[in-house]
Every structure is written in C-alpha cells, then in structure tokens.
Design a protein around this ligand. Structure first.
Ligand code: NAD
Length: 461
C-alpha cells in the first residue's frame, strides 16, 4: 500500500492521542474535572484530533455534547410475581450524516456517561467508514445472566415501548451490543411493529435473526471487520499473519468471531481472558472448540479435559488457567481487547507483551494506558476503525430491509472488506499527513468528513 507508514517510524515521537492539557471547551460546557470519567476521556480524544485539523469551534462544541439524552424507568413483572423497576437510556449523539445508529447494552454497569461516550464513538465510527448514519447508544442497567428468557423478553419489549417515540428506521436504529443478541432484536422489532406499518418497521433495529429480516454475515461482522482491518494494516505493522501470536481479551460475540477467523488465516491464539478467567497455551488454543465450550458453559473457565462438551480435551488444544497479570504479560504479536471499556489502564499497559493492540472493544484503553503504550512504542489500532464492521453490516441489513431484497454471504463479506480496507487506508493517509498516532489519525478523518457536511448544510435556522 503506497500510503503505509512502517511500524518503526510509527514508534518514534508522534504525539499520543490524548494530551494531558484540559481543552477550554470543557470549561465552556461546564464539564466537571474528572479525568477518570469515560465521557470526559472520549471528548478529550475527539478535541485533541479536532485541534490537529483546526476544526471550527462551533463544530467542536456541537460534538462535545450529545443532541439528546433520554433516561427511562419502567416496571417489569419477574417470574416470582414481584415487580422490578428497570432503568434504561438512549443517547442520540449526532445526526449530521444521517439517522442515529448504535447498539443496546444490557449490563449492570450501564450509566449515562458511558452511554454518552459510546454514542460519540458511534458518530466517529460511522463518519470514518463513510456510511450515512449518525451516532447513538442505549442500554438497560441489568445483568441479563440473572434473568430468565421470559423476563428478558418482557424487559426488552418494555424498554422498546419506553423509547419508541424517539426511534424509527429513518430516525434512530438500535442494534445488539454487550449482553444483547439477535433474539432480543427480534422482540424489539416485533414490539415496534405492533404500532407501526409492517412494511417499514423491520429497519427499526439491526442484528435481527436471518428469518426475521437479518443480514447474512451480521453475527460475525464486528469480528470479521477487526481481522479485515488487521490484515490490511499488516504491511505497515511489519507482522505476517502466518504464525502470528494473538492474545484475546473477551470471548463473546466480537472476541470469539475474531479469534476463529484469524485462526483460520493461520494465526495462533495463545491467551484468552473472559469474565470467568484467563487461559494460556503457547501452542495455540482452538477457538472453534473454545466457542463450543462457551456456548454450553457460559465462559472459558474449565476449557480442557473437564469441559462439559469435551471441547479442548486434546492436550494440544487445551490450555492452562493463568492469573490476570500473567495473561497481560503473555508475549505475543497482537493483543485484541474485545471485552469492556477502560480495562487497559497504565498498569496493564505496562504489563502488555505485544507489538500492536487492535481495539475490538470500544474504549478499552484509558488515556493513561494510551500514554504508556505510546512511550513503549506499542502501536494501537483504534476502535472507531477496528470494530466498525458491525455497524457497516448493520447498514447493509438496513439497506436490505428497505429494498426487501437480500444479499448472499459472499456479497456481504466482499462489501464489508471493501469498506474496512478503505477506512484503514484513509486512516494511514491521515497518520502520514498529520504525523500523528493512528487513533488521532482515524478521528481526524472522521471529523474532517463531519465538518464538510456541516459546512455544506449550515446550521439551522
Ligand atoms: P459480549 O457480551 O458478547 O461479550 C463480552 C465479553 O467480555 C464476554 O466474553 C465476557 O466474558 C467478557 N468480559 C466481561 N467482563 C469482563 C472482565 N471483567 N474481564 C474479562 N472479560 C470480560 O459483547 P460483544 O458484543 O462481544 O462486545 C464486546 C465489545 O465490543 C464491547 O466493547 C462492545 O461495545 C464492542 N462492540 C460490539 C459490537 C457488536 O456488534 N456486538 C460492535 C462494535 C463494538
């Protein structure tokens, strides 16, 4: 690729994505001085890139706050007959490029500032990959693992009803994220369809089952996009896929697909972590067998001889349980965080034994962690590039729903790869042009596109 920058030069003194300076926009908008706050961190990253391209002040201020923040409370009857009041959110960050778009998360830690942060990332992501969507995010504060299927369905349907007035196929389109899945998107779409015209209602949500308007390739899309991006960047990172050693944090939808896909390309997954523990096998962990094991047991723990599925029973496919610190310290070529936000802080960044971090999760590295990685010369492929595959295939699903015409898997894969490759190249061009790290480069490309749209549209009235 002609625009590629060799990893060696990337590891010189390029400015790191988040400076320690507090941008004056924070004072102007009255942000409390809390450097640990995820929203403050995300806005800080965006403002740093905005300064690099000298983004107009009015656009900076618009993007530093979401357009709409909705918080809802709704009661649901649990299986024991008692009622529980649930708290849910939908944050619509920006719609300059098109309808708001972003996932729904069901997790006990869901809170307004994190949802705002994830919504801002969606605005940047859609802009970087040049799809006509804005950014949004939502969620319900609950642990879905503690709910029965019936309870989960009632919570999903009540949540959909609570935010129904503000979503729609041309207005705001949710999708799955942590703790949500295709079955829940089907309940969501069905609930919406009860009060809307059936012909247009399918596109209200993406990530649906294939039988109910879903797209082939959507389930694996985020993991596939992570690997498409990595493969495209390999020449600039000076690593080859054959025999590449990978450490994977998170083995849910994104992590398990990324692991299986990259393993099939010849890489070796030598360490995996999830909420149940950490595994290591320098000979390689079979991600197909591990995915089977997780499906049955709910986590990676006990993968090996005592797995209920027998998966991983072969000594060469099994793995040893290791501590969290040993997991981070595993020497490898690529570390792929695919779990939750803010997991790689300064301490973990210091432990990491990799050459490159590819962010499959959203915001997995704190600004302090970023600075440590930059000091250690570890390149970071940012989430708004690496994990954009999910929203890209969501866009394809939405197009298919609108046209009532469905694509084959080859077309989805081909189009996804095309979009990811273009976004990776765009990022490398900005990296070279502005002499910045890859995170800042990706944001500059995204911001430049939004700025051009605001320039063309003007600001109403
Ligand atoms: P998921 O719920 O399917 O999987 C989450 C994984 O993280 C699980 O393996 C879980 O065990 C692990 N995990 C949770 N807490 C952990 C902890 N404390 N330590 C280690 N592991 C832990 O979620 P997902 O859909 O795979 O999403 C993962 C990340 O990717 C999130 O940041 C999400 O926002 C992002 N993302 C998802 C999509 C998508 O299409 N699903 C798209 C873009 C970005």
């Amino acid at each position: 690729m002609s625009t590629a920058t060799p990893a060696a030069s990337a590891q010189t003194s390029t400015p790191v994505g988040v400076s320690t300076r507090r941008d004056p926009v924070f004072e102007e908008l009255g942000f409390p001085p809390d450097p640990e706050n995820l929203y403050t961190q995300t806005v800080g990253t965006m403002l740093h890139a905005a300064d690099v391209i000298d983004l107009h002040h009015r656009v900076k201020v618009i993007l530093a706050q979401p357009k709409n923040e909705l918080m809802v409370h709704f009661p649901v009857r649990l299986d024991d007959g008692k009622y529980h009041l649930f708290k849910g959110y939908r944050v619509q960050h920006n719609n300059a490029l098109g309808p708001y778009k972003g996932g729904l998360r069901f997790h006990p830690d869901v809170n307004l500032d994190d949802v705002k942060s994830l919504a801002l990332l969606m605005t940047m992501k859609c802009s970087l990959v040049r799809i006509p969507f804005g950014g949004a995010k939502g969620g319900v504060k609950t642990d879905p693992r503690t709910l029965s299927t019936g309870e989960l369905e009632r919570v999903t349907r009540r949540f959909c009803t609570a935010i129904m007035h503000t979503i729609g196929p041309d207005r705001d389109i949710p999708a799955p994220d942590v703790g949500t899945n295709a079955a829940m998107m089907a309940w969501f779409a069905d609930t919406y369809a009860m009060t809307h015209k059936a012909t247009d209602s399918l596109g209200v949500v993406t990530g649906k089952p294939i039988a109910f308007g879903g797209s082939l390739g959507r389930e694996k899309a985020t993991g596939q996009g992570v690997i498409n991006t990595l493969v495209e960047l390999l020449p600039s990172l000076n690593i080859s896929i054959e025999g590449m050693r990978i450490s994977l944090q998170g083995f849910g939808n994104v992590g398990s697909w990324a692991g299986r896909i990259v393993q099939d390309l010849g890489a070796r997954i030598i360490a995996v972590q999830d909420h149940t523990g950490c595994l290591r096998n320098d000979g390689g962990i079979d991600c197909h067998a591990l995915a089977e094991h997780v499906l049955v047991s709910g986590g990676i723990a006990h993968f090996g001889a005592d797995s209920p599925t027998g998966a991983g029973a072969r000594a060469d496919h099994g793995a040893q349980a290791v501590s969290e610190e040993d997991f981070y310290r595993t020497p490898c070529d690529v570390f792929i965080p695919a779990a939750l936000e803010q997991m790689v802080r300064a301490e973990q960044a210091d432990w990491l034994g990799c050459k490159v971090v590819v962010e499959a999760a959203n915001a997995p590295i704190t600004p302090d962690g970023d600075r440590v990685l930059a000091r250690r010369g570890i390149e970071v492929v940012p989430a708004i590039l690496a994990n954009a595959g999910g929203v890209v295939v969501s866009y394809f699903e939405w197009l298919q729903n609108k046209a009532s015409q469905y694509w084959d898997a080859e077309k989805v894969d081909h189009e996804l790869n095309r979009v990811m490759v273009m976004a990776a190249r765009r990022t490398l061009v900005c990296k070279q042009k502005y002499e910045v790290d890859m995170r800042t480069a990706a944001y500059t490309s995204a911001l430049d596109h939004i700025a051009q749209v605001y320039n063309a549209r003007g600001i109403f009235p």
